[in-house]
Design a protein around this ligand. Structure first.
Ligand code: PLP
Length: 249
């Protein structure tokens, strides 16, 4: 490992800078890593919604990945919006050639504003990529679309089931693998509408902390703290679900 861990984010661009590649670069950089990117899709987006999406070709995604891997290498990989079944196939093939570095998959399906970022064929293709990752970080809705909590037993991969979309004042995140629940974290809800990019920031922070040498449960704990600090540091931009801020480190 280098003193500045190299993190590759394979994800979509959010023109509003709240989520996606922009959130990943901000998070990885703020935590002391070197951020590298393979952009899968470009979204035209602000706090109110997504007005356009264009998906890259699988060849272009792979070209970005290999340009980075052949020269710099990576200490961890974070995967966010994948955009199409064809890109999932390409990335799944690449992951089979990766050694033992941590790979965090945020199974992005819907933007915070409610716009769809993955169609049914893309969601069905997640099953091809999940067996090759270190951790999957679905929210409650994404877990349902992946087959529900019972589907986790079919994968030899831990899932961090995020409770942020749940009701109530106390929210629970649970780390579950095929042997059942391994850990849980509970915290009071932070009452804010500036929560765009929470999933991206969490998965990028987990990847960075793993690359810095933390074990999985420690990395999740400190990454959760980082997201909560980012929520509290939100600059208050936009009329809708605005971006989070950059906490002091
Ligand atoms: N990736 C992209 C490109 C997005 O635009 C979004 C949401 O708008 C996401 C991922 C997921 O966002 P969040 O971290 O809020 O779940």
């Amino acid at each position: 490992m280098t003193s500045s861990p190299r993190i590759l984010s394979i994800a979509g661009s959010d023109s509003g800078g709240g989520a996606g590649i922009q959130a990943d670069i901000r998070t990885i950089t703020n935590l002391g890593g070197h951020a590298m990117t393979a952009i899968t899709a470009v979204t035209a987006q602000n706090s109110a919604g997504v007005s356009a999406v264009d998906v890259m070709t699988p060849d272009l995604v792979l070209a970005q990945i290999w340009a980075v891997m052949d020269d710099f290498g990576a200490d961890a990989i974070k995967i966010g919006m994948l955009g199409s079944p064809e890109i999932i196939n390409a990335v799944a093939g690449f992951l089979k050639s990766v050694g033992s570095i941590p790979i965090i998959l945020d199974p992005v399906m819907v933007a915070t504003s409610g716009a769809s970022l993955a169609d049914d064929r893309t969601i069905a293709s997640f099953a091809k990529i999940i067996p090759n990752v270190t951790l999957v970080t679905p929210n409650l809705d994404e877990m349902e679309r992946l087959g529900g909590v019972s589907a986790i037993s079919g994968y030899n991969v831990p899932f961090l089931l995020k409770g942020g979309h749940d009701q109530g004042d106390i929210l629970t995140d649970r780390l579950i693998d095929s042997d059942g629940e391994q850990a849980r974290w509970q915290a009071e809800r932070i009452d804010t509408r500036h929560d765009h990019g929470t999933g991206c920031t969490l998965s990028a922070a987990i990847a960075t902390y793993l690359a810095l040498g933390r074990d999985l449960q420690q990395a999740i704990s400190v990454a959760r703290d980082y997201v909560r600090d980012s929520l509290r540091a939100a600059p208050g931009l936009g009329e809708g679900r605005g971006p989070m801020g950059v906490p002091k480190r």
